[in-house]
Design a protein around this ligand. Sequence first.
Ligand SMILES: Nc1ncnc2c1ncn2[C@@H]1O[C@H](COP(=O)(O)OP(=O)(O)OP(=O)(O)O)[C@@H](O)[C@H]1O
Length: 347
Amino acid sequence: MSITTKPESDSDSQALIDVNDLSKLYETNQSIISRLFGEKEYLRAVDNVSFEIQQGEIVGLAGQSGCGKSTLGELLVQLQEPSSGEIIIDGDDITEYSSSELKTFRRKCQVIFQDPYEAINPRFTVSRIVSEPLKIHSIGDRQERTERTIKALNDAGLSPAEEYLGSFPRELSGGERQRVNIARAIVLEPDFLIADEPVSMLDVSVRTGILKLFEKFKEEMEMSILYVSHDLSTINYLCDRTMIMYLGKVVEVGKTRNVIHYPSHPYTKTLLQSVPDTQKQTDITEESVQGEVPDPIDLPPGCRYASWCSYADEKCERDEPLLQQRDDGEEASDQVACHYPIENNAV
Ligand SMILES: Nc1ncnc2c1ncn2[C@@H]1O[C@H](COP(=O)(O)OP(=O)(O)OP(=O)(O)O)[C@@H](O)[C@H]1O
């Protein structure tokens, strides 16, 4: 097991979410040897990850497809069970919760998924979709539920809310449907939101409006948000801090401005070189990050990025770098897992 130094935010307050050495291994039988001999093989989707999120902080999580972003998000709300590690939220390790404790916990912690079409039942009215979590958690009588539903719709930017109550999802635009999802997520007044690619399926013209909602939730309701995305331009716009993930590991974390403009990890730099102008919409794709990605079932012993890193040497191939604090000035990202972090590296 590798030991990591935990990336912390600047705030002195106690973290709302405190993740320690969290791992998720999926059992697979992809290789011929495993299929022939029945040997168990594991894919390390999330591998000893540690971090904190403060109350009222938006943290971005970026990395190419398959690096473990969604799995990490799902672990934080216990949609997936971790293989090991702790997730301390509000002082409790939620990995040890019973099912009734988990139900109570889910009031505090909600997820917004990428696809606004899939996440809501097309046969339900907006009123039923948004008020359903209140019913599930037995909150309020009919009148209180209606009032809270109207407030959530208004807070999600659907106003006048009363005009939306009787609508069906098919009568709404993609942006409006995502706002209905958001209203459903905030109707329980959660402390923590996970937004997993919430704008990637929406028209560019409506994305900023949705991002501004998250800013409002942070500022007015002190919500903490984990914003998962391929899109470094929206991360740059929205997030206080940013974590970069590669093959299950967090390889760099720091203030968003530092990570985006002064990356320390060669992988982060490669990602950013495919984003010449962070105002533009740019996704991280296999094409923009060239080279052979190691097999996540059969990982190399040293740095996972070594095989296509232009700075790598024998040490990188041999020893796995730990996530460590950089202390070389204002412009450096806070923490990086690299034996040879890049210096003077404005991009
Ligand atoms: N239920 C599962 N069983 C086995 N492997 C899985 C499962 N879910 C995810 N994986 C694998 O775990 C790794 C991480 O997947 P994950 O979906 O978390 O990545 P991601 O970064 O969110 O990708 P994307 O951006 O494409 O959604 C991938 O190799 C994926 O194939």
